[in-house]
Ligand binder design. Structure first.
Ligand SMILES: [Zn+2]
Length: 83
């Protein structure tokens, strides 16, 4: 029987999320989509319209997530590389 006493650890959930994204076959396209429009404006804020109602410093969380997924995928490829 699995335990349901304590809520799942958000950090663990996040790491699993990143690993799952990194392992997904559509990772390359996902990384491109995550980064579209997320560029710095002249003041160093991200200018993506998704941040229209709050300021996000560039690089914003979407870009940082893309970077994490890219790194996780890179590590996996290095470990599984056939040669
Ligand atoms: Zn952004």
């Amino acid at each position: 029987m699995p335990y349901h006493d304590s809520p799942p650890d958000p950090d663990e959930l996040f790491r699993l999320f990143v690993r799952e994204l990194a392992a997904s076959p559509g990772r390359a396209g996902l990384l491109v989509r995550l980064r579209i429009g997320h560029g710095p404006d002249e003041y160093g804020w991200c200018k993506h319209p998704g941040h229209a109602h709050h300021w996000e410093k560039h690089p914003c969380p979407a870009l940082r997530l893309a970077q994490l997924v890219e790194r996780a995928g890179g590590q996996e490829q290095a470990e599984q590389s056939p040669g």
